[in-house]
Structures are given as C-alpha cells and as structure tokens.
Design a protein around this ligand. Structure first.
Ligand code: KE4
Length: 424
C-alpha cells in the first residue's frame, strides 16, 4: 500500500485520515505521506522514499529514531510484560532521574501525554491556591484540555481554530489570555483579576507558534510578578525539557518555576507525560491530598524503560553543544540563502530547535508570527519535501534536530534548503 492508498482507507474511518490534526497537511496543502519505518534522522515512507526528518516525532527523537539503546531497553522491559497497574521499579528510577535533571522538581507524577500533564498541573494549581482563573499566552499550546484550548498554538492555530468549538464559555471565562513578551499586559492581567489568578502557564520558549524566545528579563519579570500575586508559575517544558539543556529552559534562564510539565523525550517515543515541582504543592495530589489525578498506564514499564534509556544517553553524551552547532549551521544556511535571494526571513534558533518565518518583522509573539508569509512557507515546505527534507507541515511549529543529524546529514539538508530557497 502506498501513502495515497493508505490515506484513502484512513479517510473512511479516521476523521481527516489522521489521529492528530497537525499531521494532515491542511495548512500547507497536499496529502500526508505515511511512514513505515524510521531510523536515525531518516523516515522511510510507504512509497519507499527516504526523508531527512526535522520533526523528530514532534520532539521525542532527540537521539534520532529507533536508537539501539532505547530499542534494547524496551525489548528488555517487554520480556517481563507490558503493564502491571501496580508500582514498578522503572517509575522510581524515572522519578529519580527527573529530579536529578530538573532541580526545581522535588516530587513528580507520571502520566501519559503532555495534555494530561498540563491539565493536571492546572487542576493542582487551582486546588492548592483555591483560585479559579489561569493566565496563558496567545499562541502557546499546552495540549487540548478545555481550559487551555483558548488562543492556542500548534494545530489549533494551524487550522485557524485557536479557540476550539466544544469549550464551554463557563470554562473559557476563567482563562485569561495575554500576549507573550508583554510586561504591561501581565501587570494589567493581574490588576484586573486581583487575588483570583491560580497560576500562569507558559511555554518559556514557545515551540507552537513557530519558535519564539522571550525578551531579556521577561521570564524573571514573570517569576517576580507571579510570586508577588501568590499565583503559581508553571513552565510547560513538554517540548523544551531535556531538549534545550539537561534541565530545560529553566536551567538556561536560571528561573525556578513552582511546577513544570514534561513529556516527549522522557518517553523515548512511547506515550508519556509528567508534572512536578515543589513538594508542598505536589503533596496536594491524591492519595495524599484533595486534588485527584490518575492514569491506568501512568508510569508503565515500557515507556519508563524507553525514557530512562534516553535520559541516560543524555547524561553520558551531554550533546547540547553539538546540537546547538547543528542548529546554527542550519540557521546560517537558510539566512544566507534568503539574503542571496533577497527574501526576508527570520530563523530563530536555540540548540536543536528552530523555525523559519518568511517576514522582515522580528517575530516575538503571536501577532508578529502571523506576519510570516504562510503561503510562501507552504511552497517552501513542499519544495523541500520533493527534494527529501521533511519540515513540520505548518508555519506555526518548531523544527527539531537530533544527534543523528550530525555530519553528512546536516550538510545534505543545508544544501537542499539552499537550493530550494534559490528557486522559490
Ligand atoms: P501531547 O498531549 O500532544 O503529548 O502534548 C501536548 C503538548 C503540551 N505542551 C507543549 C509545549 C507541546 O508542544 C505539546 C504537544 N506538541 C505538539 C507539537 N506542536 C504535538 C503534535 C501534535 O499535536 O500532533
């Protein structure tokens, strides 16, 4: 079966033919290819094409796909079964690794997706503070729980429905949405809701409206104003955790949030999420405290074994300088090609995350991200795909690089990106 045949079958039974909207190519046009295998930096499609992958399954594959150490760890765990529904040794080792990597996390609870992690962290913040309102930022995406699907990024923004249908007004009214990178808006948000804000949740470095980094001092300001108003600061590091540094953005920016949400890399490609932080807050969770949260497969041995292997690899290799060099190489190649072409472009990059906006406007928030030429991006996306480079199928996503991209792979990718831009 080739991709077209598989997609035709999928469309009969799966809404839009996909199990997650951003995979549908709706914003870039065309129809998605199906992947039958992946290894290192390469995807093998159902059409037997090999693609250089800059999506890395949306972040988890920091060591490249199907890394032998992760594969072996899953195989070993599998020998003893897939899920027990009881505590198991792997989840203790995972908790010890997370706490070791991320010092702000004193206690952690595993779950099965980033959505669960952020949804649970919001409930915990509301239960701990006994306040109902939350602040999020336009363009930030924290998964698809009701309270957070307001002016959301990623697939919601890509498909033009940042405010999803089906979210009751009674829920949306407790979510205050502010512009990212705007101190005055934060001050106004707290002033308009005195003593009512349970928490502020932020992608400290945004990866779901393209890749956007904060102005200098913004995160420190956010830390101070949340502390001043008794609101918890939640860093959603589902995407950036363990990717931009061992301790994530909070290590790079030297900020201590009250709670952190994690996912992706800690599952080694298997379903996972986690949230953790101050022990006095986390101890409000059932069975200790009044905030309920649960999950049949939370801490399941296969995902834990895969994630532990991935974290151990990060400990051994400490690949962050190498990954940043790969990211800079790609950024410099794209900017040079755009300069030669006389094409305005922004290529924000930090470590192994980047995005490409075709605009002359520096991108620093949702509004400026929208100045990017999405139609041109769609043409760019398909021209790259035709030549064997797979970028995220949306102008409002981040790109990801793995250690498997080193050497000939990144060189080949930069050649292709340069050639494509020349012909745009
Ligand atoms: P999941 O529920 O998809 O595991 O995680 C939700 C989530 C939470 N927080 C952040 C910062 C995230 O980036 C995500 C999920 N990221 C998207 C990619 N933009 C997942 C891809 C998809 O939706 O298919």
């Amino acid at each position: 079966m080739n991709s077209d045949q598989l997609f035709a079958r999928a469309l009969q039974l799966i809404p839009g033919g996909v199990n997650s909207p951003v995979r549908a190519f709706r914003s870039v046009g065309g129809t998605p290819f199906f992947v039958k295998a992946a290894h290192g930096a390469t995807l093998v499609t159902a059409d037997d094409r090999e693609l250089i992958d800059f999506v890395c399954t949306w972040g988890p594959a920091i060591h490249g796909h199907n890394h032998p150490r992760i594969k072996a760890a899953i195989a070993t765990a599998l020998e003893n079964g897939t899920s027990f529904g009881t505590p198991n040794p792997y989840e203790v080792e995972m908790a010890e690794l997370i706490v070791k990597f991320v010092p702000s996390i004193k206690k952690v609870r595993m779950c099965n997706s980033g959505t669960e992690a952020t949804m649970s962290a919001i409930r915990l913040a509301r239960g701990f503070t006994k306040r109902d309102k939350i602040i999020k930022f336009a363009g930030c995406y924290h998964g698809h729980s009701d309270a957070l699907l307001i002016k959301a990024g990623s697939g919601a923004l890509t498909h033009g429905n940042p405010d999803s249908a089906g979210v009751p007004a009674s829920v949306a009214q407790d979510t205050v949405v502010l512009p990212y990178n705007d101190r005055a808006a934060l001050e106004a948000g707290f002033a308009a809701n005195p003593g009512q804000i349970a928490c502020v949740i932020i992608e400290a470095y945004c990866g779901n409206v393209g890749f956007i980094m904060p102005d200098a001092g913004y995160l420190q300001f956010l830390r101070e104003i949340t502390a001043k108003h008794g609101a918890l600061l939640i860093f959603d590091e589902v995407m950036t955790g363990f990717r931009l540094a061992k301790g994530g953005v909070q290590e790079l920016e030297k900020i201590t949030p009250d709670l952190t949400c994690l996912g992706k890399i800690i599952g080694g490609g298997l379903p996972v999420g986690a949230f953790g932080g101050r022990a006095d807050i986390m101890d409000h969770l059932a069975p200790l405290g009044p905030v309920y949260q649960a999950g049949t497969l939370s801490g399941n041995p296969l995902a834990m074994a895969a994630g532990i292997a991935g974290l151990r690899l990060l400990e051994e290799q400490n690949p962050y300088t190498r990954l940043d060099a790969l990211g800079q190489k790609l950024r410099d190649a794209v900017l040079a090609a755009c300069r030669t072409k006389g094409l305005a472009a922004q290529v924000p990059q930090c470590g192994s995350m980047f995005s490409i906006f075709f605009t002359a406007t520096p991108v620093r928030d949702y509004a400026t991200a929208l100045t990017g030429n999405a139609k041109l991006f769609a043409r760019f996306f398909h021209a790259c795909l035709t030549r064997g480079v797979y970028l995220a199928p949306s102008a409002y996503e981040a790109g990801f690089i793995s250690t498997a991209h080193e050497g000939a792979v990144i060189d080949r990718a930069c050649e292709i990106l340069t050639a494509v831009i020349k012909e745009l």
